[in-house]
Ligand binder design. Structure first.
Ligand code: GLY
Length: 350
């Protein structure tokens, strides 16, 4: 097992390794006084791992309740959020009790936001069951729900008290869910770590699970500790996301997040080469690595379509979009770009 310590507005451990689901109860008991634990999960994940999570918590002496909602991004909304808060209140959870988010990014975001709001904050354990949640959304404290006007428009920064990443749960992910997480892993390597990039080039999808997840969590930890509230360095984690969110929206969310981010990375990388900001050789390696993981590097939308959807993204600040631009493998820069110039970036990158 590997442990990464995060010291943000709350200090906590991220534990990564096999067999951690069965340690949930004992790990929760070390967090201090709590009688009740609410497991929040979805209709895909709970049938697989809910009983084991409940058993581990019961064995450690907790009284356990479970809230299970229909799987999918469409559940990350205000009415499921309020229903969850009502469930917590009806079951008499107190400020010293705990919540466990058992699932992927949707579960972690929704449960995290409910944990942040219920009684102005109850402690949360993140137990990610997808690769994407393991390397990104379970760490760093971003929580949110979607509004009809867009993704993640209501939320809070709320750090978990513990993250348990059981690598056994990631072993049998459907290919598409696995590839989604790989897109984020490749993103970290382009942003910060040429050695990680080279490991991914050498091993492809057979990369060393525990080491690579732990490395990504370390990289994210470093960024979160530098800029927890996303006003500077953390913005770099949006590499590929500005156009990626546009692609997700343009496809009415039929293109998944990781695939859209991969295509977004490809677009910004090609545009960076055309503008002399990234060497051609690095771009070739980046595009080849994305393709090696079967991630898309071309899209079927026109520049104008993508531009329209990209402008709706919440990451826009007034008349400026912060583009995250690869300068070489292992280094990117933040380029504040007037909205009017974004279209030409897209045209150059398609
Ligand atoms: N997922 C990007 C961030 O946590 O900042």
């Amino acid at each position: 097992m590997k442990t990464v310590a995060v010291n943000a507005s709350r200090s906590y451990e991220v534990r990564i390794g096999p067999g951690l689901l069965s340690t949930l109860g004992t790990a929760a008991a070390t967090l201090g006084r709590a009688e009740k634990v609410c497991i929040v999960s979805d209709s895909n994940v709970f049938p697989l791992y809910g009983a084991a999570a409940e058993e581990s918590l019961n064995a450690a002496g907790f009284s356990v309740i479970s809230y299970v909602f229909p799987a999918g991004e469409s559940s990350k909304n205000g009415s499921v959020f309020l229903d969850l808060l009502n469930f917590l209140a009806k079951n008499g959870l107190t400020r010293s009790d705990l919540m466990v988010a058992l699932g992927g990014g949707v579960v972690g975001d929704l449960a995290g936001f409910a944990a942040a709001c219920f009684l102005r904050g109850i402690r949360l354990i993140q137990l990610p069951t997808t690769l994407l949640a393991a390397v990104d959304s379970s760490v760093g404290g971003k929580t949110a729900i979607d509004l009809p006007e867009g993704k993640n428009l209501a939320g809070a920064f709320f750090q978990p008290s513990l993250v348990l990443c059981d690598t056994d749960l990631l072993a049998s992910l459907p290919q598409t869910v696995f590839r989604d997480g790989c897109g984020e892993i490749i993103k970290y390597s382009i942003l910060y770590d040429p050695a990680l990039f080279a490991h991914l080039e050498a091993h492809g999808p057979d990369f060393h699970r525990e080491n690579v997840i732990a490395r990504c969590v370390e990289l994210k930890r470093d960024v979160v500790m530098e800029d927890e509230f996303d006003t500077g360095a953390r913005m770099k984690l949006n590499l590929g996301h500005t156009f990626g969110h546009g692609i997700e929206a343009a496809s009415a969310f039929s293109v998944s997040h990781g695939m859209a981010v991969a295509a977004g990375i490809a677009i910004i990388t090609r545009a960076a080469v055309k503008r002399g900001l990234c060497p051609e050789a690095d771009s070739r390696r980046i595009l080849a690595l994305l393709s090696r993981f079967d991630l898309p590097i071309r899209i079927c939308f026109s520049a104008r379509e993508l531009y329209a959807y990209t402008l709706n993204d919440k990451k826009r600040a007034g008349g400026t979009v912060n583009l995250i631009v690869p300068r070489c493998v292992g280094r990117c820069s933040i380029l504040p770009t007037p909205v009017a110039q974004v279209l030409s970036w897209i045209e150059e990158g398609l």
